[in-house]
Design a protein around this ligand. Sequence first.
Ligand SMILES: [Zn+2]
Length: 279
Amino acid sequence: MTDPLRLALGGALPTISDGERTSGRRRHPLRTAAKTQPDPPTMPTRSARRGASQARLQRENAHDEIYEKIYTAILEHRLHPGTKLVEERLAEIFDVSRARIREVLARLAHEQIVDLIPQRGAYVAKPSIEQARDVFEARRVIEPAVLRRLVATLTPEKLTRLRLHQELEVDARRRDDKRAVIRLSGEFHSLAADLAGNSALARSMRELSVLTCLMIFLYDAPTATSCRADEHSQIIDAIAKRDAPRAEKLMLEHLEHIESSMKLVGDTEEVDLAAIFKD
Ligand SMILES: [Zn+2]
């Protein structure tokens, strides 16, 4: 992936390593570890086993690459909520079978990023206002727990990864690269969950983070870019001081800021015509 930010940093991308990116299981370290285990000895021969597992690996790599490309396009708002993902076109673009594309779309649907509608096809998810509120409620429960665990298990390496990610964010803001800012802001939260070391929390956080990205596109004020500039660094400072209560408090405030920057007004709310046409 040609990422100028990655090049600028000499290939160092703190959130996702190349290997993790192509494995596509970057949020699930336990599953990745399980995958690398040798196949059970019930397979016919060693060479057949190796051939089969290589073919499977190639298939999975292609699958994961397409998945990552679609996932990142959604995260960066290049693919908008509600966009139809036409199987045939995607198969042409990525030069793979429609069956392969169907697998990727099924995975994205499983993560709630894509809606599969019978007889109509696949669409980039368009979370409703009610779903958006649910996402924030879930984040308020999960993220303080993530930070508590992260502080309890903190190592200098984990802190370095957080700081490096923060530098990428600062750099993207300085370049006014809105797509990168939105993606990196979301990834900060997923990274914290990854580093906390609970794979179930990390998986939930990854899904909630991409749903938040879609919600920002649908409901955010046009000028906002999800996370406020300096709030992640304040959270990292609290983590560095191993001050879990402060980190949790800052995170809840941060989520409150993101939620309140969105226009999550009820669908059924009556429109005040008089206010609209005043003067
Ligand atoms: Zn944030």
